[in-house]
Design a protein around this ligand. Structure first.
Ligand SMILES: Nc1nc2c(c(=O)[nH]1)N[C@H]1C(S)=C(S)[C@@H](COP(=O)(O)O)O[C@H]1N2
Ligand SMILES: [Mo]
Length: 400
């Protein structure tokens, strides 16, 4: 069968559109993915594509939802005050975000491998609608690969690009989501026909079974090899996790040391004060803080990068200090670090600020806070991303 013979099939519409037959590639090139029989292999068939597409799409969708939660924590909106419970909320949602992102890597790669011979189909488009459908794959494929790559590289804190990771990852999420929605809308009927138990066209195939089992095994392997960064009992298996949650001063990892944050001098200066800007402005010394009622809270640091580690923190309640300064209960506040840069301040909504477990911590596991953990004072609160548990506090102010 020749592919450039004019027929009444949809391909002829494009041919008519161009006014002449589309020249076929030379026979010598018809190898590998160009081979007409490449798609006859069940591993490149519609059922493989549908099943892997479902799995990859589900992983990406869960990753998106948990990613939006993380974004809302870090960029609060005025009409929604994030609840401060459950204490372990962010540990779980961000653990799932990172785990589904990692699991999506083998799934997306397997799906792309399954469908890649179609990239070389001839003619490249049957009609304008088909051409558009294929073009709309670009945001999905490029977006998903960009998200997975930037996410993974962020896990190891390597930033080989000029853009700010969170902004690019946030924008990339919407490009990918748009592409995914369009793709699902177009493919849903085909996928349904091929993914269900009462499948229509394709017979069982050992090759396809092996491909699907292989993809499943890869998901299991990468999950087990990384989940120990937040699920303690799996620590021993975490050969691929960039961080061991138990290694660091006082048994908790440190992302940024006092020295790399350039705060050593300011944090150890005897003239250090916590300045609270409120109706009754305060400048509290360490001794002043020690005289306030002391409280304890067992809370995790749950980093956006997927690791988490629990500790027993002690210090004063944020709400006690806000009350002293006459800051009203419904105020949204910001704690500001001695450090300059992206993570120098973090917002605390009224629920978080008033939660009895939100502490201005001076101690960890009964010892004074290590300099790298934020000495003399750090914020630690329930259901917050690690990145908002600001270290080396200098100031608290009301957000206008
Ligand atoms: N001032 C300041 N506070 C900070 C950070 C920082 O870089 N500077 N890192 C944050 C991040 S990303 C996490 S996960 C937690 C724990 O980080 P650490 O391991 O560096 O203490 O502290 C947060 N507090
Ligand atoms: Mo973090």
């Amino acid at each position: 069968m020749t592919t450039n013979r004019p027929t009444n099939r949809p391909a002829s519409r494009l041919i008519a559109f161009l006014g002449r037959p589309v020249p076929a590639p030379p026979e010598a090139l018809r190898r590998g993915p160009f081979d007409r029989s490449a798609s006859d292999d069940a591993r490149h068939g519609a059922r493989s594509a549908a099943l892997l597409g479902r799995a990859a799409g589900t992983a990406l969708a869960v990753c998106l939802v948990t990613g939006v939660v993380s974004h809302l924590h870090q960029h609060p909106v005025s009409w929604f005050d994030m609840p401060s419970r459950p204490v372990w909320g962010y540990r779980v949602t961000q653990g799932i975000h990172v785990a589904t992102g990692i699991a999506a890597v083998p799934l997306v790669l397997a799906k792309l491998w399954t469908v890649y011979p179609r990239l070389f189909a001839w003619p490249p488009a049957r009609d304008v609608g088909h051409a558009l459908e294929r073009l709309l794959l670009l945001p999905l494929v490029a977006g998903a690969l960009f998200q997975l790559l930037t996410g993974l590289v962020n896990l190891v804190q390597w930033y080989p690009w000029p853009f700010f990771f969170p902004s690019a990852h946030w924008a990339g999420a919407w490009v990918t989501t748009g592409g995914l929605l369009v793709h699902v809308a177009i493919k849903a009927p085909v996928a349904r026909a091929h993914a269900g138990r009462r499948r229509t066209a394709e017979p069982a195939s050992p090759e396809r079974r092996a491909l699907l089992l292989g993809a499943g095994a890869a998901v299991g392997a990468v999950t087990l090899a990384t989940a120990g960064q937040t699920v303690r009992p799996l620590r021993g298996l975490s050969v691929l996790a960039p961080r061991d949650p138990a290694v660091g001063p006082q048994g908790i990892p440190v992302n940024r040391t006092a020295r790399s944050a350039r705060v050593v001098e300011a944090a150890t200066d005897p003239a250090w004060r916590l300045v609270v800007a409120g109706p009754r402005p305060l400048a509290l010394t360490q001794a002043d803080l020690a005289r306030l009622p002391q409280h304890e809270a067992r809370l995790p640091i749950a980093c956006v990068e997927g690791w988490s580690a629990g500790g027993l923190w002690s210090g004063v309640r944020l709400r006690d200090v806000l009350d002293l300064a006459g800051i009203p209960a419904d105020a949204r506040v910001r704690v500001v670090s001695l450090e300059r840069g992206h993570y120098q301040s973090s917002p605390v909504g009224p629920r978080g600020a008033r939660d009895p477990l939100t502490l201005l911590a001076t101690r960890l596991d009964g010892e004074p806070l290590a300099l790298d953990h934020g000495y003399p004072l750090r914020l630690i609160g329930p259901n917050r991303p690690g990145v908002l548990q600001t270290k080396w506090l200098a100031r608290i102010e009301v957000i206008g």
